[in-house]
Design a protein around this ligand. Structure first.
Ligand SMILES: *Cc1c(COP(=O)(O)O)cnc(C)c1O
Length: 380
């Protein structure tokens, strides 16, 4: 017998209520019945995005919503700023360049957060900057960026602030309106506790002005078309009906717990994971001032094969964590503690990590990680 446990930064485990919702008989989307569901979903998303503006739902992964942001804001030959501190920051640059949009890249050392002053300097140097593309939680490195500070800077410029909150939303705080975020992008398979397949995007009033002028080619991801439909509680194309039904279950769970408590739980899971890692003599990959509460990135210790560690945990014991991506392949492993994760999931994961590290010859006091995590959980 083998059980499987998922502690990856997307997809994340599903609450039974969500799985049950997806198994319900399919209904037609051009019906009053579905309109009730769609209205509930978009209102619920506003609560989670902390916005009064419209939030649109696409049948796509998170990257589809990222592409929607680019093609609706930009025209080819426009210039934008992209912040690159990891693989997902780089994705903004790649999408922009695919559409002939010029990118001024702010290269941030991996493992560090962007300094908001850097954004300010670049914005002031070029008054033609259309948009600033950022990442709330850079999932590839485990770093969280100071979106609030960046929002304060971008607000008074002609540019709009775009935030990839795919792994951050419904896990850590992002006050879309209060922090002046114009377009916030997310996806279903991270903090939202859903399977992959939904992309979300919120749009500010300032952004609509720019969207009306933007000339990048677009069809499926046309936000103006999506807005016309949503104003009539409709979607331009067939929505991912079952996923939206399930979204309402996840929203219900998040509302029941309360957004603040959801954030608190993620902080606690992160804190326990970090303490456990340190108690095992391991080091965190990001700098201490940039640690996200969404995913913990850990340096693979000297003498241990990082890829083998992740494979053994998954293939022998059924505990799936993530390895490093691109240049971090084999150098870090990542434990995600986002979404439907509680303290015993963390204990279980640390326990498996301790076992496999011991088998691989890494020396530490067996049980030190679990003890450190339990001490944090006892304090609550
Ligand atoms: C997961 C993730 C993405 C990619 O989302 P997909 O759903 O795989 O397209 C983009 N950005 C961040 C920060 C992510 O964590």
């Amino acid at each position: 017998m083998r059980k499987n446990y998922l502690l990856t930064p997307g997809p994340t485990p599903l609450p039974p209520q969500v799985s049950e919702a997806m198994a319900r008989p399919i209904i037609h989307h051009r019906t009053p019945q579905f309109q009730v569901i769609l209205k509930e979903a978009t209102e619920g998303l506003k609560y989670i995005f902390q916005t009064k503006n419209d939030v649109f739902i696409f049948a796509s992964s998170g990257t589809g919503a990222m592409e929607a942001a680019v093609v609706n804001l930009c025209s080819s030959q426009d210039t934008v700023i992209t912040v690159e501190g990891g693989k997902f920051g780089e994705r903004w640059t790649e999408i922009c360049q695919s559409y002939g949009v010029n990118t001024e890249v702010i290269k941030v050392e991996w493992g560090k957060a962007v300094k908001p002053e850097e954004v300010e300097i670049r914005l002031k140097a070029n008054s033609k900057i259309k948009a600033v593309f950022t990442t709330l939680c850079e999932t590839s490195t485990g770093v969280v960026n100071d979106i609030k500070a960046i929002g304060r800077i971008v607000k008074d410029s002609g540019a709009v602030l775009v935030v990839d909150a795919i792994s951050g939303l419904a896990a850590i705080d992002l006050k879309t309106d209060e922090w002046n975020c114009d377009l916030v992008v997310s996806g279903s398979q991270k903090g939202f506790m859903l399977p992959p397949g939904l992309g979300f995007i919120s749009v500010s009033q300032k952004a609509w002005g720019i969207i009306k002028e933007a000339r990048c080619p677009r069809y499926y991801f046309d936000l103006i078309k999506a807005k016309k439909a949503l104003d009539k509680i409709d979607t331009p194309f067939t929505p991912a009906i079952s996923l939206i039904v399930a979204l309402n279950e996840s929203i219900r769970l998040i509302k029941e717990e309360g957004l603040e408590n959801v954030f608190r739980r993620h902080r606690l899971m992160a804190e326990a994971t970090r303490r456990a890692i340190k108690a095992m003599g391991l080091s965190l990959y990001p700098s201490e001032d940039a640690l996200s509460d969404v995913v913990t990135a850990v340096k693979v210790p000297e003498g241990v094969d990082g890829e083998k560690l992740v494979k053994t945990m998954r293939d022998v014991y059924g505990v799936t964590i993530a390895g490093g991506q691109s240049e971090l392949k084999g150098k870090i492993f990542r434990i995600a503690h986002m979404g439907y994760i509680d303290e015993f999931d963390i204990i279980l994961c640390i326990s498996c990590l301790e076992k496999v590290l011991t088998q691989m010859g890494y020396k530490f006091v067996l049980g030190a990680g679990i003890k450190a995590a339990e001490e944090i959980f006892l304090k609550g």
